[in-house]
Design a protein around this ligand. Structure first.
Ligand code: HAM
Length: 429
């Protein structure tokens, strides 16, 4: 095997210590917050029938046209790895008969897009997404936007910016397309090749183009809301005024369209200045998706966890500082002490104490080195003297103080006394 064979596929990454400590911390904090907002977790498969995504995200979107990992399986079915989470969640809701009720669901998991990898853009990345289904009103939009701001603040993220716009109603689409075509016509020759195609198929997508010349042209277009119904404009105003009442700062951006076509009414995006060109941390909006004879309306968002992690580490957060080393490390001299320590280790673990020991029966010196590396708060030493006396040396690694204790004293100290290290009694950080 070449050293390259040990690397994951380009654009995909192993998530391992120390970075994983930060992933775990984010997930723990978020699950706690989501429970406060009465959202339940859903886990849908990473693979779906391709039609689930094509119909939901829109045929003319970049994700569907260029970025899906699609293939035909042995049974002749057209399948794709999920490029995002909303379509699968709504497929689940439509199939489980919850559509008539309010469903409040969240998901955390890998998504796949066959994009050109670069900093902040991966082929496997992770989203934390939320979908609030069944309350077609501005209050539901404001609630999930507030939830999103709450989660980002709880993670300690600073300097993020939320921009908001509307995609209008489905009935507005034709008028928006016609209005944009008329406004773009004088500059048609200056648009990039992709945008000339978009001009015919879906001119709204031109507002999303990254090409400098196209951006320049898009910047001079009238705001899309100008082509929309009064209902769409009123809805947006209501969402903004509710957000003001909830003290969530947002900026209106009339150019914001989002890259997916299932949106109606509110859309938003959160960016972070420290992230360079791939600066979108999160995006969301209200949508209507049709599965069979059901049209399901919802509002939600998805955050890109890799980008959040990059932003947090850029702020100086060291994932290594979030490691949870074993509280106690056991050291034994000789085979009998080793056997007794194995029993003690199990007994401490059953009482809620995290502990570990060297399992290879190495020298006291090697065990001490391992204990130092493990960074545990206490070391319990059982040498020949202690075996004879039926005692233990308890060493506090922070101050080096060492005491000789018998078994009841040791148990008492580690599980309920002044040196207790059971998780439920540990001090809050
Ligand atoms: P999206 O804007 O396509 O929306 O993706 C959401 C977030 O996923 C982005 O803001 C970004 O942080 C992250 N992301 C997207 N592509 C990549 C990539 N290639 N590498 C790293 N991170 C990436 C959606 O997926 C919608 N389903 C959001 C939604 C939920 N709307 C309503 N409900």
């Amino acid at each position: 095997m070449t050293s390259e064979s040990f690397q994951p596929i380009k654009g995909m990454a192993d998530l391992a210590p120390p970075a994983i400590y930060l992933w775990q911390r984010l997930e723990e904090t978020t699950r706690d917050i989501l429970a406060r907002y009465a959202f339940d977790e859903v886990r849908t498969p990473v693979m779906e029938r391709t039609a689930v995504f094509k119909r939901s995200l829109g045929d003319t979107t970049d994700v569907v046209q260029k970025e899906m990992y699609s293939f035909t399986d042995r049974g002749g079915r057209d399948l794709s790895l999920r490029p995002e989470g909303t379509a699968g969640v709504i497929r689940h809701v439509a199939g489980s008969g919850q559509a008539a009720q309010d469903a409040r669901l969240y998901y955390i998991g890998p998504m796949f897009r066959s994009e050109r990898p670069q900093a902040g853009r991966y082929r496997q990345f992770h989203q934390l997404g939320v979908e609030s289904i069944g309350a077609p009103c501005p209050a539901a939009d404001a609630e999930v936007i507030a939830l999103q701001a709450h989660v980002l603040s709880a993670w300690g993220l600073k300097d993020f910016r939320m921009e908001l716009n509307t995609r209008g109603l489905p009935e507005d689409r034709q008028r928006v397309a016609d209005g944009l075509r008329a406004a773009l016509e004088p500059d048609l020759d200056r648009l990039c090749e992709d945008c000339r195609r978009r001009y015919a198929q879906n001119p709204l997508r031109i507002l999303d183009c990254k090409n400098a010349a196209c951006r320049d042209i898009a910047d001079r277009l009238p705001p899309v809301t100008e082509f929309m119904s009064a209902e769409a404009r009123t809805y947006l105003k209501e969402v903004i005024s509710l957000l003001e009442r909830l003290e969530i700062p947002v900026t209106e951006n009339p150019r914001l369209v989002r890259g997916l076509d299932y949106y109606v009414h509110t859309v938003w995006e959160i960016t972070h200045a420290g992230l360079g060109s791939q600066d979108a941390l999160s995006g969301g909006g209200r949508y209507a998706l049709t599965f069979g004879n059901q049209t399901i309306e919802g509002v939600g968002f998805a955050m890109g966890l890799e980008r959040i992690i990059t932003a947090l580490t850029g702020q100086g957060l060291d994932p290594g500082s979030l490691a949870k080393p074993p509280s106690v490390w056991l050291i034994s001299q000789g085979a009998a002490a080793f056997d007794e320590n194995l029993v003690l280790m199990q007994s401490l673990r059953l009482r809620g104490v995290s502990c570990a020991m060297d399992l290879r029966g190495r020298s006291m010196k090697a065990q001490m080195r391992a204990a130092n590396r493990a960074n545990s708060r206490y070391v319990v030493i059982r040498g020949d003297h202690e075996m004879e006396q039926g005692t233990f040396q308890l060493k506090n690694m922070a101050d080096g103080v060492q005491e000789e204790l018998d078994m009841p004293e040791l148990m008492q100290r580690l599980t309920s006394g002044t040196d207790r290290v059971c998780p439920d009694t540990e001090e809050e950080e």
